[in-house]
Design a protein around this ligand. Structure first.
Ligand code: HEM
Length: 479
């Protein structure tokens, strides 16, 4: 039984047991168009400003037998994120989804701590420097493709979304597997196909045990899983042999991970390192966690800069000043202040990950409310980032100047801005992603000016990440 303990104000609404109210709420959430930046979208998305106003800062729904607490209160969000052993990630039960999500993101307590410790060195700022040339190569390839589309004209209309997805996918393949880039690319193409098949399977009518029926889809999913694992295993074996012969390149994610694992095992604790199967799972996770998230950031940045060309000009001026037409380098990228403010504001309006999910295994208190074991928690990043009580009446406007003195100055340490999550499970790849995104934007600004095309239709859709449902059609002008 849930108890309400000492909560003030009307912002806490309990919908427990009130089926009528709950059905009404779900129906409304499904039928209201989303209104962000005053652009009405044509397809329904439940993460809208209206539902925030309607339902207060904390509310409850039932999904099947388990209650779900929806949270948009920064203090409670912080409590959940900081206490990661108490409020745990929801372990993926569905064996189909487990084909995709495993590794660090799906580990808990001691297993998570061990994996995180071994993987951490791969994302150290010092190591990231070595990955910047790979970022550059992939961005240059994309920009050359864009230039080819002009066919002698000065301007060209383009849906940039698929190009940005290919960019971030190539970046992960190169940085994860270095010299085995082409094999890495094939692995990630297979992972993408697997993702589509898993989504398709989840969306179709579920019959228990049906994954064992040898349908065309099930067979393909098995084949992909085997091919991906075999390929990564073969890259790892070759890498281990090369390292023993003193020839290995240990500057890519896989190399650093193997090195860190080897050192941990050498320190001698039983079961202290990762098995080869676990290393394989982490490699698969890099792709899943780092690809769509970064392309989502880049696509919303380009859309917003196409709408707010004064900020596009300011960002381009800064890039010109720092790099003077030369290839962007790590030091310069770290000095881009306006670009950083722009990314922060893009994340506020369109966070790549719109909600974070957690669950509790034992009765727990949160913000003075006692919650039963098995309770699910949904932390609504998108709604917190759009709360006028936190951000002011201009909350829907694109105003990068909010971040002119950094994130901490705006949030004052509250969990009111959490694009990368927070607490011990904060995104391990955030520095990697920001460096990659800065390289991409700096190079795009060096080569093009861009506006929104009249055929652009604004429809942010929360799939796994926040994606432009109808793509992102821009008009590019050569500089
Ligand atoms: C713009 C880009 C990115 C965004 C917005 C983002 C966002 C996030 C968020 C919100 C979480 C926390 C999820 C939760 O608490 O439930 C997370 C975790 C994680 N991210 Fe990222 N991410 C990005 C890029 C990357 C990249 C490039 C990588 C790796 C190559 C990566 C790897 C991971 C991993 C492994 C975790 C799990 C960490 C753990 O549980 O300890 N992410 N990310």
């Amino acid at each position: 039984m849930l108890r309400k303990q000492g909560l003030k104000g009307s912002s806490y609404r309990f919908l427990f047991g009130d089926l009528k109210e709950m059905v009404k709420m779900l129906k409304e959430a499904k039928s209201k168009p989303m209104n962000l930046n005053n652009n009405i979208v044509s397809r329904v998305v439940p993460f809208d400003q209206k539902s925030f106003n309607d339902y207060g800062k904390v509310w409850f729904t039932w999904l099947g037998p388990k209650p779900m607490v929806h949270i948009t209160e920064p203090a409670m969000i912080k409590e959940v994120l900081v206490n990661n052993y108490q409020f745990q990630k929801i372990r993926v039960g569905n064996p189909l989804v487990r084909l995709l999500v495993t590794g660090l993101a799906d580990a808990e307590t001691d297993r998570w701590a061990k994996h995180r410790k071994i993987i951490n060195p791969a994302f150290h700022v010092e190591k990231l420097k070595h990955m910047v040339p790979a970022f550059y190569t992939c961005c240059a390839e994309m920009i050359n493709k864009w230039k080819e589309m002009f066919g002698g004209e000065k301007s060209c209309e383009l849906n940039i979304w698929p190009y940005l997805q290919t960019l971030t996918s190539d970046v992960i393949s190169r940085t994860a597997f270095g010299s085995s880039f082409e094999e890495g690319k094939r692995i990630f193409e297979l992972q993408r196909e697997q993702g589509e098949l898993v989504l398709e399977a989840i969306r179709s009518f579920y019959i228990p045990g049906s994954r064992f029926i040898p349908t065309k889809r099930n067979k393909r999913m098995k084949e992909i899983d085997k091919e991906v694992k075999d390929s990564i295993r073969s890259i790892i074996s070759r890498r281990i042999i090369a390292t023993k012969a003193g020839e290995g390149n240990n500057e890519d994610l896989l190399g650093i991970l193997l090195d860190s694992n080897y050192k941990t095992i050498k320190q001698g604790h039983n079961h202290s390192g990762l098995s080869i199967d676990e290393v394989i799972e982490e490699c698969k996770l890099f792709y899943l966690a780092g690809q769509e998230t970064t392309s989502s950031l880049l696509v919303w940045t380009m859309v917003l800069l196409a709408q707010h060309t004064n900020w596009q000009d300011q960002a381009r001026d800064e890039v010109s000043l720092v790099f003077r037409g030369e290839t962007p380098n790590t030091d310069g990228l770290n000095r881009l202040k306006i670009v950083n403010m722009i990314f922060n504001e893009v994340f506020r309006l369109y966070p790549s990950v719109v909600t974070l999910l957690r669950m509790i295994h034992h009765e727990s208190t949160l913000g003075g409310i006692t919650l039963p074991a098995g309770c699910l928690l949904q932390l609504h990043t998108m709604l917190v980032h759009h709360d006028p009580d936190i951000w002011g009446d201009d909350v829907k406007e694109f105003k990068p100047e909010r971040f002119s003195e950094g994130v901490l100055k705006v949030t004052k340490g509250h969990a009111s801005y959490v694009p990368f999550g927070g607490g011990p499970r904060i995104c391990i790849g955030q520095n990697f992603a920001m460096l990659e995104a800065k390289m991409a934007l700096a190079m795009i600004l060096q080569h093009f000016r861009f506006d929104l095309s009249p055929s652009y239709s604004h429809a942010p859709e929360p799939a796994i990440t926040l994606q432009p449902q109808f793509g992102a059609h821009l008009i590019l002008h050569k500089l």
